[in-house]
Design a protein around this ligand. Structure first.
Ligand code: PMV
Length: 347
């Protein structure tokens, strides 16, 4: 090929699952389908510069976070490169400089794997498109999502908005275990511009990596029931998204979050990933909802931080509530205001 060098930049957001992915088979195939809101403000911007190498001796790349070289990011990217090499034949022929930065504070406990891996996958797809084939817009996103999945499962849900499904499900047209698809059906006005304020309860090192967590579902006594439940919850979510029933939405989303944590508490070895402040916040949210007739609810990832979800028309009152009653439980009073977004952008 005649192209010697170039560079591409993509910004890609994080996402928050409503029906959770927890448990995977080989090759990053999920045990159950999941659906997530794409976020808007929590994102990673990545530039990949490529230049032709003289000799093809394995992968050659360097990684920078906020301008500083990051040796400790290399093993994860090396693993990713190995997994996607067959789909991106040019990986061996070039040297890559990967420069990345996040909008959210470094080691805030907000997982950067979804935004980071999707941004990287998109940059690599841009190179692929430049070097070889004419890829249609639709195939471009599909393959980028496919590649992102091989970096970090949930990353395949970060490319588009505002809702993305990953994992084959009978009722969702086009759904696949191999990549995320934009939610194909009607979504009620109640969910437009839905808000997500992320309360940073604990910024410490993750107690359990998601890889270890997914593996704990192998031979887990409740695994098969959980996978069935996720399928039926996704079916329910389809009707909730259509009819706009916020009570049902809240019940389903909170139950999914607690079930994810219940899986970790009932695995061997077992883990409690919530902190005392996580529970304080959950109770405050329940009290507030009851007292005010609010539609605020919570969800959790595999950690102690709390995502506070609420409809746009409650933004002012819920933010007031968060400032008055919940910020006290956040580490250094830190929280991030986000809203449902539309996916990744090429810069
Ligand atoms: O993408 P991973 O392997 O880091 O797994 C993420 C799993 C959860 O965030 C806990 C749930 C989900 O569906 O995003």
């Amino acid at each position: 090929n005649s192209i010697d060098s170039g560079s591409f930049t993509w910004a890609s957001p994080s996402n928050i699952a409503l029906v959770k992915y927890w448990g995977k088979k080989e090759h990053q195939i999920p045990e159950n389908p999941s659906i997530s809101f794409t976020l808007n403000n929590c994102k990673t911007t990545t530039t990949v510069s490529f230049s032709k190498k003289e000799i093809n001796t394995g992968f050659s790349f360097e990684v920078f976070l906020d301008g500083e070289q990051k040796e400790d990011f290399k093993p994860k990217i090396e693993t990713f490169f190995k997994r996607v090499e067959v789909y991106l034949p040019f990986l061996n022929a070039y040297h890559f400089k990967i420069e990345t930065s996040n909008t959210f504070p470094h080691s805030s406990g907000i997982a950067s794997s979804a935004s980071g891996m999707s941004a990287l996958a998109l940059c690599l797809m841009s190179i692929e498109k430049e070097l070889s084939t004419d890829v249609s817009e639709q195939d471009f996103i599909k393959k980028a999502s496919f590649l992102a999945r091989l970096g970090s499962g949930s990353a395949c849900r970060s490319l588009e908005g505002d809702l993305v499904v990953w994992g084959t499900h009978d009722e969702i047209k086009g759904s696949s275990d191999l990549f995320g698809v934009k939610y194909p059906y009607d979504v009620h006005q109640n969910f437009k511009n839905y808000q997500d304020t992320i309360l940073l309860v604990d910024k410490g090192e993750k107690q359990v990596s998601s890889t270890v967590g997914h593996n704990l579902m192998h031979g887990h006594p409740f695994a098969q029931e959980r996978f069935k439940q996720a399928n039926s919850n996704l079916s329910q979510m389809v009707s909730i998204l259509k009819n706009g029933d916020l009570d049902q939405f809240i019940a389903l989303v909170e139950s999914e979050a607690l079930t994810l944590h219940a899986m970790m508490m009932t695995s061997m070895p077992y883990f409690i990933l919530m902190k005392p402040n996580t529970l304080e916040i959950i109770n405050k949210i329940w009290n507030y909802r009851k007292q005010k007739g609010s539609n605020v609810c919570f969800t959790l990832d595999a950690g102690a931080n709390v995502h506070v979800l609420y409809p746009q028309n409650e933004t002012a009152s819920v933010l007031e509530f968060i400032k008055n009653e919940l910020v006290a439980y956040c580490q250094n009073g830190q929280y991030i205001c986000d809203v449902i977004g539309l996916g990744a952008n090429k810069l």
